[in-house]
Design a protein around this ligand. Structure first.
Ligand code: UDX
Length: 447
């Protein structure tokens, strides 16, 4: 019989994983301690903007007309333990306040709550992003706390999904990585992922620390690629060169590739910034901090992009922000997401406001979240409303909607036709032709 699956933690990762496991044909029980969240999910309401996830929930959550009924939610640990053969731990590991290190308290709390109910042989699978060495520690904890002792096994199966593509990335991942200690654990995971494996998804079987490190290394590499091209953008600005053309020319070298080489305002979000910091902190604990000092540079190059944008905006405002109106297009940390965690756009908006400008922000999806987090900024209901009377317009998150703006129409609403493109994706020639001063990061500047 197919294993029955539970998913512990129904945030971004967990909600997606639970729905996708049901899509793969399994009976799934999702657990969260937040009852409101469970009720919303059971009604097919997703607390974030994630294309396709709501539809997938409605397709599988029990009780909806025509649903498969394979997916249910609970807040009972007893029920989860009685139901599941494979328990996926999907709780988050945020950055600790005032420190670089990851906060493991949710993962530990999940194991502490689940283990005492595990009285038969089951597999617990960690998916959360954790400091290397955590799986070894948690395996010992599980064996000590579970009535079934050593028969409760742990596996580590990091998750690489991107926000905005979470469903597709889960059902059709680039690769599956599993850290296991026994053939039995490997076999169970092969069964769980039989669908993607038969579609040709590479299945990498390794030990615990390697599996944990694949995730930290992957995110570090991606962050490094972005900061590399942003470092080149800094040099381009000084040398009068064009980072967009540079990046394109680099991308034809297959060893380099073109992805994650878009220069601009840099990376944000709930993963890359915190994960590289947690990785540095962990390397320090392991005595390997020298190996990762370059990540400090990756982090500072990234943060420097934000101050650079503030400087460019001040310059465009004539040297000071007092009495100036600044329109900010974009609040989410990237397009197709309503996530504002460590958003470069809002960070820039906040800095500029602190320096005396009147800042109005518009984002197609992240307005509610932005309003809650940054209540002192002004918000508009459309891009055109946001730019009303602006002395400079900042394009900081590259939503498709902004690429489709008509430069003449926007030009009629602003006080001054000055545009700074923080993402290097707008058609500079079209904006210039409509009388705008268009300036992008890392590109030559022509009035
Ligand atoms: C990332 C990883 O891609 C994913 O594998 C991991 O599981 C979680 O972290 P995510 O945070 O959803 O996913 O965003 P991603 O699409 O990777 O973008 C990260 C940030 O980098 C965004 O702020 C984006 O704007 C920025 N970025 C990306 C660039 O500045 N330039 C690029 O070329 C690519």
């Amino acid at each position: 019989m197919a294993p029955r699956i539970t998913v512990i933690g129904t945030g971004y990762l967990g909600a997606t994983h639970a729905a996708c496991m049901a899509e793969l044909g399994f009976e799934v029980l999702g657990l969260d301690i937040d009852r409101d969240k469970l009720a919303a999910l059971a009604a097919g309401r997703v607390p974030m903007f994630e294309p396709g996830l709501s539809e997938l929930l409605l397709k599988h959550v029990a009780g909806h007309e025509g649903s498969t009924g394979r997916l249910r939610f609970t807040d009972s640990w007893e029920e989860v333990a009685a139901f599941g053969d494979v328990h996926f731990i999907c709780v988050n590991t945020p950055q600790r306040k005032g420190e670089f290190a990851a906060d493991m308290s949710y993962v530990d709390a999940a194991v502490d709550s689940l283990a005492p109910h595990l009285d038969r042989p089951v597999l617990v699978v960690g998916k959360s992003t954790v400091p290397v060495g955590s799986a070894n520690r948690l395996a010992a904890k599980l064996a000590a706390l579970a009535p079934a002792g050593e028969q409760v096994e742990l596996a580590w199966n990091p998750e690489f999904l991107r926000e905005g593509y979470a469903v597709g990335d889960t059902l059709h991942p680039d690769r599956l990585v599993v850290g296991v200690r026994s053939e039995r654990a490997e076999q169970v995971l092969r069964e769980v992922y039989a669908g993607p494996i038969s579609d040709g998804v590479p299945f990498v079987v390794t030990d615990f620390p390697t599996a944990e490190l694949v995730k930290a290394a992957a995110n570090s590499f991606l962050a490094t690629k972005i900061s590399f091209i942003n470092a080149m953008a800094e040099v381009c600005e000084s040398a009068g060169a064009d980072v967009v053309q540079l990046s394109k020319a680099l991308s034809y070298d297959e060893r380099i590739g073109g992805k994650f080489l878009n220069a601009g305002l840099g990376f944000g979000g709930g993963c890359l910034p915190k994960d590289i910091r947690a990785f540095m902190a962990r390397a320090g604990e392991l005595g390997a901090d020298q190996a990762l000092t370059f990540l400090r540079e990756v982090d500072s190059i990234n943060m420097r992009r934000r101050s650079r944008m503030v400087d460019l905006a001040r310059e465009q405002c004539g040297g000071g922000f007092l009495g100036r109106r600044v329109a900010v297009l974009g609040a989410a940390f990237k397009p197709n997401s309503d996530d504002i965690r460590d958003s470069p756009a809002l960070n820039v908006a906040g800095q500029i406001q602190l320096q005396g400008a009147q800042v109005t922000v518009y984002d197609p999806k992240a307005m509610d979240n932005a309003r809650k987090m940054f209540p002192s900024l002004s918000y508009a209901d459309s891009a055109l409303e946001a730019v009303e009377g602006a002395h400079v317009v900042l394009h900081l998150t590259e939503w498709q909607e902004f690429r489709e703006l008509d430069p003449a129409e926007v030009g009629a609403a602003v006080a001054e036709r000055r545009l700074l493109d923080g993402r290097n994706v707008l058609d500079g020639d079209a904006w210039r032709a409509a009388g705008w001063t268009y300036r992008a990061m890392g590109r030559p500047y022509a009035e």
